[in-house]
Design a protein around this ligand. Structure first.
Ligand code: ATP
Length: 250
């Protein structure tokens, strides 16, 4: 097994006094694409938030590329690991151009070469250079999500946390963004940890998945299990059957 890009050990997470994630353990290898699936409210996004520092009330261990994550804000962490949210409209500043939005992480981290880096990143995410000085409201949903992905990649992180990155988009645009994510992962050797409700998305983009229910991981399976129907946990099997899959004996 390659080195772990993300390692979670006995991770439990609360919002204030309310515990929502309990004793989660898994590792995602470098270059792997790993999905978190399961019912709404089961704590999938909360795990991504804890890793990225947005849900600070946690116990256990989180490490990214071998480096333990503390509870305090960690500016350097942004160079290693970035998050892409479901709603690209909400995650982009409405009064900042695409150019400003992409250049901001460079300015924050004192990195030069803005012009070339912004141009190259627009190319990498398949956005024409003419979009560079537009505002978010002058872009389609798919174009906005390309900008959000481009922004996340500006600091050249090796790990991406993807929180339902296509679920706010039309079906045809979803496919374009999934293809883009697949291409970027291949070209840049990225590791993905991705929350999704959509098992076909898992089959397309992921190597393994963890099934969550009521804040706990109930099963970790290779994505092949979605082809063969060989899932063992009763809830995983229910989820799979509900998505139209044909179950086989566990
Ligand atoms: N900021 C918050 N403050 C308090 N409770 C929260 C907060 N965000 C989420 N929760 C609660 O934490 C639990 C887990 O939420 P989370 O968003 O992680 O679930 P999820 O599995 O990602 O759900 P979905 O698939 O619907 O996005 C839910 O009960 C939710 O109501």
């Amino acid at each position: 097994m390659k080195n772990a890009a993300i390692h979670l050990e006995n991770l439990s997470i609360s919002y204030g006094k309310t515990p929502v994630v309990f004793d989660v353990n898994f590792s995602v290898s470098e270059g792997e694409s790993f999905a978190l699936v399961g019912e709404s409210g089961s704590g999938k996004s909360t795990i991504l938030r804890a890793i990225s520092g947005l849900a600070p009330d946690w116990t256990g261990k989180i490490s990214v590329l071998g480096k333990p994550r503390g509870h305090a804000p960690d500016r350097e962490f942004a160079k290693t690991c970035q998050m892409v949210f479901q709603d690209p409209y909400g995650s982009l500043h409405p009064r900042k151009t695409v150019d400003d939005c992409l250049a901001e992480p460079l300015a924050v981290h004192g990195i030069g070469g803005r012009d070339t880096r912004v141009k190259d990143m627009l190319d990498a995410v398949g956005l024409d250079q003419r979009f560079r000085f537009r505002f978010p409201h002058q872009l389609s949903g798919g174009q906005r999500q390309r900008v959000a992905i481009a922004r996340a990649l500006m600091l050249e992180p090796r790990v991406m946390l993807l929180d339902e990155p296509t679920s706010a988009l039309d079906v045809s645009v979803q496919a374009e963004i999934l293809n883009l994510l697949k291409k970027l992962r291949r070209e840049q050797g990225l590791t993905y940890l991705m929350v999704t409700h959509n098992l076909p998305v898992v089959s397309f983009l992921c190597d393994r998945m963890a099934v969550m229910r009521h804040g706990r991981v109930v099963e970790i399976a290779k994505v092949d299990a979605l082809k063969t129907g060989r899932l063992s946990d009763p809830y995983s099997r229910e989820l799979y059957a509900a998505s139209g899959g044909t179950l086989q004996p566990a």
